[in-house]
Design a protein around this ligand. Structure first.
Ligand code: HEC
Length: 284
């Protein structure tokens, strides 16, 4: 190979590397342009998939897995959580109020609007946080963010939003843009003993196997949550997934619903705007 050819290959490789969405550009945050580039990156990498296919995580990446999943969907393992969530929603708290009273439209069909930026508080509010705040406002103790009740509640709420496109807004407020930008930075920052970022696995390597698992693409990665996983023998929430992924890189996980995780969820959900909610999901 001639030296010139070798150099042009290197240049091509570099151009490709930079075509991937990255946190390198330091100018003013531009979420609209970011989301466009993000979605384009994945649809170019997987030209056979339609945008809405990405919401099926690992199943969108592999035909054999896709078949297994379709069989599984006939007797979905998240069914019990869905039932439990529905019942919790229908059961009044001790003060007679219900979860529905804390949310727009009684909590039905609104999952696609979470997380949102609360301009009064100046922070990102996720669905999980809003649910625990609802409990506390009604004199009930908060529940664990990672499983059981929280997974059941969010499973039911996701189910009532199935098919509705993510509609995450960034209001015209510098604090909202800042939260978005922090979430983005968290996503691309390498950490832990393995020095991996979220993007290392879910942007650079979707479809590849890590041990027995096929890596989900970052596009649509929030749409199926919460999920049932055989490895967990049960359901897990967004919080559980974030904490688990962080410990996979041998990084010290932060606490569920810490501001960094909320900003991260805000960024990732915004990247999937327009893609339908598919939760709750089931994974091998
Ligand atoms: C070492 C590789 C690795 C890193 C780094 C990593 N993850 Fe994951 N992630 C996985 C694996 C493996 C799974 C389970 C298989 C799958 O669904 O991708 C997963 C699953 C997920 C899922 C559920 C996807 C689904 O459809 O089931 C989410 C959401 C997620 N990761 C978010 C993150 C976030 C946010 C970060 C950064 C804090 C991160 N991951 C870092 C390996 C990684």
């Amino acid at each position: 190979m001639s030296a010139r050819k070798a150099i042009s290959l290197v240049t091509a490789a570099l151009a490709l590397a930079f075509a991937a969405p990255s946190a390198i550009a330091a100018d003013t945050p531009n979420p609209i342009a970011d989301a466009k580039a993000f979605q384009k990156y994945f649809t170019t990498k997987f030209p056979k998939l339609k945008l809405e296919d990405f919401v099926n995580g690992p199943y969108s990446m592999n035909e054999d897995l896709y078949k297994q999943w379709q069989e599984k969907e006939q007797f979905p393992p998240y069914e019990f959580a869905l039932e439990a969530g529905k019942e919790m929603f229908a059961t009044p708290f001790k003060n007679g109020k219900t979860y529905g009273d804390c949310f727009p439209n009684k909590g039905i069909g609104i999952r696609q609007n979470y997380p949102y930026f609360d301009e009064k508080e100046g922070k990102v509010i996720t669905l999980e946080l809003a649910l625990n705040r609802c409990r506390e406002a009604n004199g009930e103790p908060p529940v664990s963010y990672v499983k059981d009740e929280m997974a059941s509640l969010t499973a039911y709420m996701a189910f009532t939003s199935r098919g509705k496109p993510f509609d995450i807004r960034i209001p015209d407020d510098p604090r909202a843009l800042d939260a978005y930008q922090k979430g983005k930075e968290y996503f691309y920052t390498r950490r832990g003993q393995l020095n991996f970022s979220c993007a290392t696995c879910h942007v650079q390597e979707p479809g590849e196997r890590i041990r027995a698992e096929v890596l989900a693409p970052a596009l649509g990665i929030m749409n199926a949550l919460p999920i049932y996983r055989s490895e967990w023998s049960g359901m897990g929430t967004t919080s559980r997934r974030f904490v688990t992924c962080n410990s996979q890189t041998r990084a010290v996980p932060i606490n569920p619903q810490d501001e960094e995780y909320r900003d991260l969820e805000y960024y990732l959900s915004y990247m999937s705007n327009g893609l339908p909610i598919s939760g709750p999901g089931a994974r091998p």
